[in-house]
Design a binder for this molecule. Structure first.
Ligand SMILES: [Ca+2]
Ligand SMILES: [Ca+2]
Ligand SMILES: [Ca+2]
Length: 209
């Protein structure tokens, strides 16, 4: 009786958008319950494909996610998983990936991977001098993390959302900026949260859409 491997379902919508949860791959040991075959932070998992990338007759697991580079897990002989992303990827590929598919696009007999990044048909924009950033911190100190998306433009962090949207995430904004006129004076993320001592829990950057 063989051992079966199951990829644990990582919820697509975390309690806090942008947070990187711990993900697990569980192994069914046929009557002895489940064992953890892999535990790691692979991002906000959205899709995956099994494929034998190195042609050793054992398939690797290719994972795509939000706000991170794709992750490749190698299924080793001892039946554990190891992250081998740097063996296959070079450069910064972090994006907001929704899906992954395989096909031989250029008809050369080799399988190609299609990764569905969020693309340019959004309000978010990226250029040589403009990076998309996500800050996670408890900016209003109410005990829950607040995700703030901004552009890093020549080192200046510019918030992306309008007042009505951002105050839904961080109600403190409603009190700090009583009108849209007040809010229109904001040109940097730092102006939203003047408390300099606030600790930023996570920062993520994206240079590809
Ligand atoms: Ca392989
Ligand atoms: Ca091909
Ligand atoms: Ca908060």
């Amino acid at each position: 009786m063989g051992t079966k491997i199951y990829l644990s379902e990582v919820p697509q919508f975390q309690e806090v958008y942008g947070d990187t949860p711990m993900s697990f791959i569980l192994k069914n040991t046929e009557g002895k319950g489940f064992e953890i075959a892999y535990k790691g932070q692979v991002g906000m998992f959205t899709d995956s494909e099994w494929f034998d990338l190195d042609e050793d007759e054992s398939r690797e697991l290719v994972i795509v996610d939000y706000w991170m580079s794709p992750v490749i897990l190698d299924f080793a002989e001892d039946r554990s998983f190891r992250e081998m992303s740097s063996k296959y990827f070079s450069g910064d590929l972090a994006g907001i990936y929704n899906c992954i598919e395989t096909a031989d696009i250029n008809k050369d007999g080799k399988t190609d991977f299609l990764l569905g990044n969020i693309g340019s048909n959004t309000n978010w924009s990226i250029s040589n001098n403009r990076i998309l950033e996500l800050f996670l911190s408890d900016f209003d100190r109410n005990g829950s993390l607040d995700p703030i998306v901004s552009n890093n433009y020549f080192g200046v962090h510019q918030p992306f959302l309008d007042k009505s949207t951002i105050q839904c995430q961080v109600p403190m904004i409603r009190r700090t900026f009583s009108s849209c006129d007040d809010y229109s004076s904001v040109s940097t993320t730092e102006q939203l949260f003047p408390a300099k001592e606030e600790k930023v829990y996570q920062t993520k950057q994206i240079k590809n859409l």
